[in-house]
Design a protein around this ligand. Structure first.
Ligand SMILES: Nc1nc2c(ncn2[C@@H]2O[C@H](COP(=O)(O)OP(=O)(O)OP(=O)(O)O)[C@@H](O)[C@H]2O)c(=O)[nH]1
Ligand SMILES: [Mg+2]
Ligand SMILES: [Zn+2]
Length: 371
């Protein structure tokens, strides 16, 4: 072991040894901050060998911190003392950082030194397709939130799922406002049909039962992010999961009765500690999600179609009019809804149109690899 590696072990012994799922210890009032407490805190934030292995000699006395807020001209991280603003140089472009990123910080002056490689990244191409807008980094589970009302839309949910799959996060559909819907079971059945083995949780985001229902994804060291339209109850759910009330709570806003649309109350992403020991990222409501760079993610959502396609007579079958088409046969037999097939086509076409293709040596189109 190199000297600095040994140093790191001394500074952060428990980062390397803390068992996941052990509860963080609350320090008695007045106890000085120990490296043990610090290490347990980092572990609760999801620090793991994946990140520790990226440290080298040059990191010396730097400490790992997790980005809690990203603004145009400032970045903040979590720490045992609460949210701390980082000192950043003028060259730093904050749009290259995502909430949930791990960064190395010089503890003298809380200066940002470098970002660690991400385990997962939720992102989408901006209009004009040149750059990516970063959503959240190092997320384990993406809660795709919709309500048991006019917001519910299967085509939109399939888009969110393609994004989650592509980023290697686990999608979970959360149906809020079950307390106001006599037909919540219908919504649940429709959502369950959208991807094989997809967990669908129906809840009232305002009650503590919601935290219990989501407990399997909220444990020590786990990171959740919420995504969905404005007004579906993302911030309400964050308040419930994080036990926030009063001044420290996330602001929530009412919705228009007519079409259940919210008012875009949340305007920035933020990271919050959950009572179960994990962390949750609240995000602003999304208007539309255009897909790009998510071919594998789409395949995973529609795996029943891609599996059927393997049985078509022609390898390049378009599943429109060819003889021996297994996909059309399934539609005729009533096992594959024609609307689902139509939505798959729309999503594939849109993804294809929005994903820049690299041109290979002999002008062959080369599809961009998963990043
Ligand atoms: N009855 C009921 N009301 C809910 C539930 N979840 C959220 N609400 C209400 O729905 C409204 C919108 O909730 P928010 O939490 O602000 O929604 P949001 O998704 O964070 O919206 P944006 O920040 O605009 O993206 C608020 O009036 C909440 O009180 C629920 O499960 N049941
Ligand atoms: Mg909100
Ligand atoms: Zn076919």
């Amino acid at each position: 072991m190199s000297l600095s590696a040994a140093n790191r072990r001394m500074r952060y012994p428990a980062i390397w040894t803390t068992e996941k799922h052990s509860e963080p210890r609350a320090a008695p009032l007045g106890e000085p901050l120990t490296t043990d407490r610090e290490a347990n805190f980092q572990a609760s934030l999801g620090w793991s060998a994946f990140f520790a292995d990226q440290l080298d000699e040059a990191d010396g006395d730097l400490v790992p911190r997790r980005i809690a807020e990203v603004h145009r001209s400032r970045l903040s991280v979590t720490s045992l003392e609460g949210i701390v603003r980082l000192g950043i140089s003028h060259q730093v472009n904050t749009s290259e950082y995502a909430v949930g990123d791990w960064v190395m910080v010089d503890p003298d002056g809380d200066r940002l030194m470098r970002r660690l490689e991400r385990r997962t990244l939720l992102q989408r191409r901006t209009e004009g397709r040149q750059t990516h807008q970063l959503g959240a980094a190092n997320v384990d589970t993406l809660l795709i939130v919709t309500s048991c009302n006019a917001d519910f839309n299967v085509a939109r949910l399939e888009r969110y799922m393609a994004l989650a799959n592509q980023a290697d996060t686990t999608p979970v559909i959360v149906l809020t406002k079950a307390d106001m819907a006599p037909d919540a079971a219908d919504y649940e059945a429709q959502a369950k049909a959208l991807q094989r083995d997809l967990p669908v949780i129906v809840l009232n985001a305002k009650t503590h039962d919601a935290a219990q229902a989501l407990a399997p994804w909220c444990g020590f060291g786990q990171t959740l992010a919420l995504i969905g339209s404005s007004g579906v109850g993302k911030s309400t759910l964050v308040n419930t999961l994080a036990g926030l009330s009063g001044e420290s709570s996330q602001e929530t806003g009412d919705i228009r009765e007519r079409d259940a649309k919210g008012r875009h109350t949340t305007t920035a992403r933020s990271l919050h500690a959950m009572e179960g020991g994990g962390w949750v990222i609240d995000t602003p409501g999304m208007r539309t999600l255009h897909v790009s760079d998510v071919a594998e993610g789409i395949d995973q959502v529609f795996s029943e179609i891609t599996e059927l396609a393997e049985h078509c007579r022609f390898r390049d079958c378009t599943h429109a009019h060819e003889p021996g088409c297994a996909v059309q046969a399934a539609v005729k037999a009533g096992t594959l809804p024609a609307e689902r097939l139509a939505r798959w086509r729309v999503l594939l076409d849109e993804n294809d149109k929005n994903t820049p293709k690299l041109t290979g040596p002999r002008g062959n189109k080369v599809f961009q690899k998963k990043r």
